[in-house]
Ligand binder design. Sequence first.
Ligand code: MIG
Length: 693
Amino acid sequence: MIHHCTIGQALPTGAVIREIAAEKDLPAGFDAELAGKTVTIRRKLAPEEMIMGLGQAVGGVNRRGQRLRAWNSDDFSHTENKECLYGSHNFVLFINGAESVGLFLDDPGEIFYDLGFTHPDEAVITACNGGLDVYVLRGGTPAEVCRELRRLTGASYLPPFWGLGYIQSRWGYASERDVTEIVENHRSRGIPIDCVSLDIDYMDHYRDFTWDRRHFPDLKGFAAAQKADGIRLVPIIDAGIPVDENDTAYVSGREQDVYCKKADGSDFTAAVWPGRCVFPDFLRPETRSWFASQYRTLLDAGIEGFWNDMNEPAFFYSDEGIAAAYAVADELRGQNLPLEAHDRLKGAFTSLNNSREDYRRFCHTYRGGKVNHERVHNLYGWGLTAATAQALREDAPGERRLLFSRSTIIGAHRDGGMWMGDNSSWWSHVLLNLKMLPSLNMCGFLFCGADLGGFSCDTSPELLLRWLQLGAFTPLMRNHSAHHTRLQEIWRFDNWEAMRGAVRVRYALMPWLYAQLMRAGLTDSLLFRPLCFDYPEDGEARQVEDQMLLGEGAMIAPVYEANARARHIYLPEDMLLIRFRDADDLDTLPLKKGWHRVRLEANEFPLLLRKNTLLPLAGPAERSRDIDQRHFRVLGWCDRAVETPFYQDDGLTAAPTLAEGNALLTADPAERTGRLVTREGEWATDVSRVIWE
Ligand code: MIG
């Protein structure tokens, strides 16, 4: 039952690219037991042991004490008690002093994690699918174990440079006019922007691969005009295809027989936005190719990026489910409804969404055999992402394109990034955003970010501002909100200039952030790490979960509380505090290792930089393509001549390599200018702001 170091035989979550050292059993400290179809893995936890990984979940970076579950779920209320969200990332990292061990459970069914929830000193993992592929990863340091996971399951998706630009989004943008208005309001105020994402409202009656011809009479011409202005449109694609004889995608898919089936062989249907839908059986490569081919019209219209939604898959109800609910309503109609009867009536309807029964009603075809959906549920989102990635690859084999998805599993990190789903405009979700970053990175998802400002509920000017200040550092920087909530575009708020400052800082940092992301991706490293990864001996650093190390040599420490005008920041070594207000408005202060209370007015946010590390800032730009990547103003605190590794490429070509992008920033106290050294040449940098000690 414990397969070591073999190819992901069961299902295609992990394409193994190289074998790792073979083992016969689970290593010491673990026990495994098989009873019927249930596999239980137990581990006694040492007093100081930490448990990390598990990607997308509420709670801390150290997950000890939590109870979690791998079951991809469409749940728009990310409260503390939630055991699962949209993605299942079955990589658990146990860190016990100098010893760290990772388990990767390559299984697409439900898995339960009791990580010291029932008994504080015991972790229990239970998988119910019968066979379970467990990969034991023991590389040494936590970062090395995470690298092993990437070597096993594949390298992370990397976006084009423009994918790091600011994206404005909202459920509700429905026309060329809406998009034009949004872009104009950013441009006229000098708020940088690169993309507008289009939610389901752009579609014709919520049908995938269509658009509303009244509101987008000439999508191709419009997309081209926007692109000329440096704006890309990024439309949403959902999983369900409407059962509609007039729908081209539906008819072609039926002809090719690509939809998931019920036991009687008929197509399974459930309702989503357009009403009754069928669901492509993405486990079949033929289906993925068919789905990929459906993107043709949108690609021909000039679309270069997509976001994938509802791919858990999410259902509103099935015919069977709603019939049963109506039956309860009929039975109870006209009756007095005491508590139990009222609960039954209400429950009959409120339990329709994403019901377990519906997931059991249909099958996939996998390698010629039938598999009930229940057993492979967590793979569905991957399939949609893989199909979209295929479409983008076939359309532009030589280019990187933008893709992020809602429902994911380890393996999907090769094909696209992800956003964190339907958060809320709550202060606690700023912190959740921060804490989820390293956990997702550990599982291979580097290109990620949350809905800045919050998706549901009304945001406030201060909340959006503080969230943008965090988003300035996340690879995906997207402001997104739900319909019927307060309008959330930057320019609508009194403090829009402070918000613009955060976006401008992002654009000034973009070449550097891109370099950090690419270097992390190309070396199978983490972009965001908890402090204990780099400072394992530092007892204080172990405790800190509201600051994250970023790339090579930097650390973020966002403000995530209302009305806060200062925060405590722990420096695990001497660092330079950079307090940003705007791209050209900042101050710096060398600080010693230890705790500091740092003043941060509402319009200020910090970046901490290790001593003898150089940070390049680009000049102001309102589009990613306008960023001058040759002339930088460099910040740093140095006590000697330094060389900081950097990375630059054309931001677009597929299959980038570290060697091609390798670059260097240098500064020397004896010279008045520093240098940017790339394979293409050398450029002088302005090092007048470097502090020499
Ligand atoms: O259940 O397309 O997470 O970003 O705006 C709502 C409408 C469906 C959920 C996505 C959200 C998107 C919304 N979608």
